[in-house]
Write a protein that binds this ligand. Structure first.
Ligand SMILES: C[S@@+](CC[C@H](N)C(=O)[O-])C[C@H]1O[C@@H](n2cnc3c(N)ncnc32)[C@H](O)[C@@H]1O
Length: 262
């Protein structure tokens, strides 16, 4: 069980309490609805800054030639693509020609389809595969992957402890885990401004650009319900990850938790 689970039967869905099954189904509905506009909305909401956070996340994972990444809740594949690019650069520097590969796993076929349809994904054919699956019960063998990433996904999972245990199971011993997620501001002076932006501008953008105000209202509420940096770091400790570190981005708007599978 995780912090977020109040009783045996409820978890948070934004500011509502619902059963774990209802959360899974409503989260699916959110991403089914926004899939076609997902990438554009990310750029608009964050003024492109999500790209910098993702860049730093991949840099921390330090991809190498021949490695295999699993990008859980990988959506349209940003991290998977960046992992392969960076591994190729490392391979060229070290004169190694074994190719890195990546698997994007997401519970929502609509998000995977939006990723497959991206023009910039054509170059990765044969090195990037797209698998529909649940973070809480990953459809992969034990000790398969060198690295595992999850960006803006863990907040949507009903049972985080189950997902973290799956992450450990599918990572090879010594494998690296990177969890990028919206978090909590470390600069209280900006909290009011951030709240105003979150609760007024983001749902309105969702309404105008993605014709879906509610999904973006869920986004901002779910961020507030996600555990603070230190509490989530402890969840990774409890799940058995070693040397877990936290890096705040943009004053804590997002945070990267990084750890090693034993
Ligand atoms: C905010 S998007 C993030 C997509 C991508 N990682 C990125 O950073 O752009 C969250 C993704 O999590 C997926 N998701 C939600 N619950 C999931 C679960 N239990 N297992 C796997 N994927 C899940 C959604 O379908 C959605 O694609």
């Amino acid at each position: 069980m995780t912090d977020e689970i109040k009783t045996d039967k409820t978890v948070s869905f934004g500011f509502e309490e619902v059963s774990p099954e209802e959360k899974v189904s409503r989260v699916k509905g959110v991403f089914q609805s926004v899939a076609g506009r997902y990438d554009l909305m990310n750029d608009l909401m964050s003024a492109g800054v999500h790209r910098l956070w993702k860049h730093d996340t991949i840099a921390k994972l330090n991809p190498q030639a021949g490695e295999h990444l699993l990008d859980v809740a990988g959506g349209t594949g940003d991290l998977a693509k960046a992992f392969i690019d960076r591994a190729d650069r490392a391979g060229r520097r070290r004169r190694r020609d074994s190719q890195a590969q990546a698997t994007v796993c997401d519970i929502n076929e609509a998000m995977l389809n939006a990723g497959r349809a991206r023009r910039d994904m054509a170059a990765y054919e044969g090195r990037l595969d797209w698998v529909c699956g649940d973070a809480q019960a990953l459809p992969f063998e034990d000790k398969t992957f060198d690295a595992l990433s999850i960006a803006f996904g863990i907040r949507n999972v009903a049972d985080r402890a189950a997902a973290l245990s799956e992450f450990r199971r599918v990572l090879k011993p010594g494998g690296r885990l990177a969890v990028l997620e919206f978090s909590h501001m470390t600069a209280p002076a900006f909290q009011k401004l951030y709240d105003a932006y979150s609760f007024s501008v983001i749902p309105r953008l969702g309404e105008v650009i993605a014709s879906d105000r509610e999904s973006y209202q869920y986004l901002v509420e779910s961020i507030r319900r996600f555990p603070k940096q230190e509490a989530f770091r402890k969840e990774l400790d409890t799940a058995g990850f070693a040397a877990v570190s936290v890096t705040n981005f943009s004053g804590g708007i997002a945070a990267l938790h990084f750890g090693w599978a034993a």
